[in-house]
Write a protein that binds this ligand. Structure first.
Ligand code: SF4
Ligand code: SF4
Length: 446
């Protein structure tokens, strides 16, 4: 039987692109690359306006000792602008804009490790991953080298999160089908660096073709096994996946490594293998482009920094008036206000929806105390109370009821018969609690 967690919901899958092969998109004429595509300090530009850059050339680096990833050019061409702009997640950072000369010239700076895996040290692999600018490609964008470093000595189990539970997105599914050896080899590199005892490749039971293929490759090594998890939302949430596979609960405020696990996305593993075998940094990623407004939905391999509008044009443009453009899945993705936003290391999908997909707004939503949100919450908190505390700006009670445990999955809002926008109220109160804590900490320092 497929493994799973308690709570969660069943959402309409809409995996329209699951049979569509990954198509390399023709390189755009211009890329605009943000210096922060990762959690941590933004990188600082290493080039200036007018410079010629090559594919794979490092164009941004984080200050020494700071958490963060270097940034590389995804095309060859001329730097035409360096200025501050908004990122898809709402931060304001510097962007390097490059006009593509379409010569596709690659720097010779990127070198593979040049050793058998059994001879490479964990330090060498981690440094290679850092230099390649790899950050989590599932959405969280945490620098991969830092996660690896912090898991060494603590984690004995590596989990590859191929659950892909958000509707529409089929990036991981296609990667497992089309590049299974890149993922498996990436897992082997990770095992070598982390010194873990075992690795689980977790795939949802609606992707039986990928399960079979991964089992075929995994059976050649005793350390890697494939685990089939139930198709349920949010199965891909780290805490839920760990519980499903190991029955361990990650305590609030702790990390997966505190219960002996470390989790990576399969595309991250494939990027690690690419860096190990070729020395090439992360310069492109797979993106699902879908939604009822898109003429020809696709899975595209896209150079980082390509604009959403270029992706939409490449897919044949729009067939309806869009109401919303979302980067990421419809449950946890972020709605965008500008189609010039770039594809970054964590962009798994660009979804364009018409009004038909809009959530029906209730004028004055009032909780009818049905308890559905409590049953659905994978974190076992009481969403409706926390939402009410948020509306009253009662931060202390919201915190007491576990607001900070909320993973913002949206399962509570999805099925609320009264139309209460529960997760939005919880997001607001979480931000207010964080701000209040920073204010108090700053006051104490004075
Ligand atoms: S699901 Fe909606 S109506 Fe039901 S208890 Fe939760 S907030 Fe109230
Ligand atoms: S309260 Fe948070 S964790 Fe629980 S269902 Fe709602 S969004 Fe998900």
């Amino acid at each position: 039987m497929a493994l799973t967690f308690r709570g969660g919901i069943h959402v309409e899958e809409n995996k329209n692109t699951s049979r569509m092969r990954i198509e390399p998109m023709s390189d755009p004429d211009v890329v605009s690359i943000p210096m922060a595509q990762h959690i941590g300090a933004p990188a600082q530009p290493l080039v200036k306006k007018g410079d010629r850059v090559l594919i794979g050339q490092k164009i941004g680096e984080v200050p020494e000792g700071a958490l963060g990833c270097p940034v590389h050019s995804s095309v060859s061409g001329i730097v035409t602008d360096i200025s501050k702009k908004i990122t898809p997640s709402g931060a304001k950072v510097e962007y390097i804009t490059i006009e593509n000369d379409h010569k596709n010239e690659r720097t010779e700076d990127n070198k593979p490790i040049g050793k058998k895996l059994s001879e490479a040290t964990p330090e060498e692999i981690i440094e290679l991953v850092r230099e390649a600018g790899i950050s989590g490609m599932g959405g969280a964008a945490f620098p991969t080298y830092a996660k690896m470093k912090s898991a060494i000595g603590k984690a004995d189990t590596l989990i590859v999160n191929c659950a892909e539970c958000e509707p529409f997105i089929t990036v991981n599914h296609r990667l497992l089908l089309e590049k299974p050896t890149d993922v498996i080899n990436g897992v082997k590199v990770m095992i070598r660096a982390l010194g873990v005892k075992q690795a689980f490749i977790a795939v949802e039971d609606n992707k039986q073709d990928a399960v079979k293929l991964m089992e075929k490759y995994a059976e050649k090594t005793s350390m890697i096994s494939v685990k089939v998890v139930k198709t349920k939302y949010p199965q891909g949430d780290e805490r839920q996946l760990i519980y499903a596979l190991t029955r361990k609960e990650v305590p609030v405020g702790k990390l997966p490594a505190d219960v002996g696990c470390v989790i990576f996305n399969p595309e991250t593993c494939a990027a690690v293998y690419n860096a190990y075998s070729t020395g090439h940094p992360l310069r492109a990623r797979i993106v699902t482009v879908d939604g009822d407004c898109i003429r020809r939905p696709k899975n595209l391999l896209v150079p980082l920094g390509t604009s959403i509008s270029d992706l939409i044009s490449y897919c044949g443009g729009l067939v309806k008036t869009p109401k919303k453009i979302v980067i990421g899945g419809p449950m946890m993705g972020v709605a965008q206000w500008d189609a010039s936003m770039p594809v970054t290391k964590s962009t798994s999908a660009v979804l364009v929806f018409s009004e038909k997909f809009d959530r029906k707004k209730v004028e004055h939503p009032e909780c009818i105390h049905c308890g559905r949100c409590v049953n659905n919450c994978p974190m076992h908190i009481m969403p409706m109370y926390i939402a009410q505390f948020s509306m009253k700006n009662d931060l202390a009670s919201a915190e007491e009821y576990g607001a900070m445990c909320c993973v913002e999955c949206g399962s509570c809002s999805y099925n609320c018969p009264a139309g209460v926008d529960i997760v939005q109220h919880i997001r607001v109160v979480k931000a207010a609690i964080k701000n209040e804590k920073s204010r108090l900490a700053a006051q104490e320092k004075k």
